[in-house]
Write a protein that binds this ligand. Structure first.
Ligand code: GDP
Length: 445
């Protein structure tokens, strides 16, 4: 990953200490770095050009605010401007129509349409209590129809059968009839994608659109697609009135510059971000966080939020009180800590939210193993009796053997866990309860 833009700008800024304004002469160098950062993030060239011109206009003559240096001021302008462009428009799904509200999924093959169909179905079902039906119009790939069936079941929604000998339009209208008869709130129509844009495909989806008159027409695009995203987006925009964009595979290495290009070309709001292959790997798109990612500044906001929401504040508070009141820290508390770590939404999903340098370091660790390790430790503690958890000093050879057998691990692992617990207990004794609460409040704020 390219070194952070802010570092590069800091270097330039060093050379022009004492300047209190962004001027024509100092802005050039800085904008060159911004331009590089955007290109490295795979924002399409014409979009970069227009963006730079816009930023330059905003930045020129701007006073350097407070303690910020010109470089930082510029980064902040760039950041805000990026977020403003990507965040324009109504980001929520518009389903306020006579039910069933239809969502039409468009995009190239492999973009993530089928996966996203199921993710949205699950989201609507769970968050908005909607009754959701899905149907596949991909008559060219029987496997795609089967795939939709499988993921729809995972989403707990209903799937409408279709076969390769049918016409996509007939399938869609049959599904719509069924949805009306059975009082579905939402019908999501997954469509065939090709490896590249072609006229037959575009005509087909155009026809589907004019017949179905969907409430939402979502363009699904792979964030890893990079520079090509602009051409795909243009073709789909010309064919269909898009109402939203779903940017998938943001869990990959890409800096997600496609977001800017696609937004620029289609003008449609980016509604969702796909962040894993799993069915709940979908998030409401957050333009500000994404701006940070494009610029390579790391997704600190997201990280902090994820950490705070993952920690059970009440349980942590109890623990802090316990430390404060002088009660001893036992294996039950240790177990609670492990469980909190697990709740932080999977260690690996935190990884890509870290700024470059930290992410590189963390990348050397095997996150899957770390998660398995937590589960194993939980298993060991759960094989202990209530008394053993309260008084770990009772755990001698015989008990260790029994616990290991119960958890399906070697005795050494039980020893390792007890050592770790002892260290933690030592730390807890030193820690002042008040200090811990302060830390928690910081996280919560
Ligand atoms: P479609 O051809 O557009 O329907 O694409 P699919 O839904 O079949 O997705 C293509 C591949 O991308 C599959 O292997 C998916 O598991 C994967 N995929 C889809 N969305 C995401 C995402 O947000 N993150 C990751 N890592 N993989 C994704």
């Amino acid at each position: 990953m390219a070194s952070a833009l802010s570092d590069k700008l800091a270097k330039i800024v060093k050379e022009m200490r004492g300047q209190a304004r962004i001027t024509e002469s100092n802005v050039q160098d800085m904008l060159r770095e911004v331009r590089m950062a955007l290109l490295e993030a795979d924002v399409a060239l014409p979009v970069v050009r227009e963006f730079i011109a816009r930023v330059k206009e905003k930045a020129l003559g701007q006073d350097v605010v407070g303690s910020l240096k010109p470089g930082q001021t510029l980064v902040s302008i760039v950041n805000k401007e990026l977020a403003a462009i990507m965040g324009e428009g109504q980001a929520e799904l518009n389903l306020n129509v006579q039910p069933p509200a239809i969502i039409l999924m468009a995009g190239l093959q492999g973009a993530g349409k089928t996966t996203t169909t199921a993710k949205i179905a699950k989201l609507l079902r769970e968050k908005l209590k909607k009754k959701v039906l899905t149907v596949s119009g991909d008559v060219y790939r029987p496997a795609a129809i089967e795939q939709l069936k499988t993921v729809t079941a995972q989403a707990g929604a209903e799937w409408f059968p279709s076969t390769p000998d049918q016409k996509p339009l007939d399938i869609a209208t049959a599904a719509l009839d069924y949805a009306k008869k059975h009082y579905f709130d939402v019908l999501i129509v997954d469509t065939a994608g090709r490896l590249a844009i072609d006229e037959v495909l575009m005509n087909e989806i155009r026809e589907l659109h004019s017949t179905l008159q969907p409430a939402e027409t979502l363009f699904v695009v792979d964030a890893m697609q990079g520079q090509d995203a602009i051409n795909t987006a243009r073709a789909f925009k010309e064919a269909l009135p898009l109402t939203g964009i779903v940017l998938t595979k943001l869990d990959g290495d890409s800096r997600g510059g496609a977001a800017l290009s696609v937004k620029h070309i289609t003008g449609a709001p980016i509604k969702f971000a796909g962040v894993s292959e799993k069915i709940d790997g979908i998030e409401i798109f957050d333009a500000e966080r994404h701006a940070g990612r494009i610029l390579g500044m790391g997704d600190i906001v997201a990280l902090v939020e994820q950490v705070t929401s993952g920690v059970d504040l009440q349980a942590a508070q109890k623990l802090a009180e316990k430390v404060k009141s002088g009660d001893s820290f036992d294996l039950n508390d240790f177990l609670m800590q492990l469980q909190q770590m697990k709740q932080m939404g999977g260690l690996s999903s935190l990884l890509d939210k870290l700024p470059g340098e930290l992410a590189a370091k963390a990348g050397q660790m095997d996150m899957d193993r770390a998660e398995k390790d937590i589960r194993r430790k939980e298993g060991i503690i759960c094989s202990m009796t209530a008394l053993e958890r309260k008084k770990p000093e009772l755990i001698k050879a015989q008990r260790k053997k029994r616990i290991a057998a119960g958890a399906g691990v070697q005795v050494q692992e039980v020893n390792r866990l007890l050592n770790e617990f002892n260290q933690m207990q030592g730390m807890m004794k030193k820690m002042k309860g008040a200090g811990m609460m302060k830390m928690l409040r910081k996280l919560g704020g």
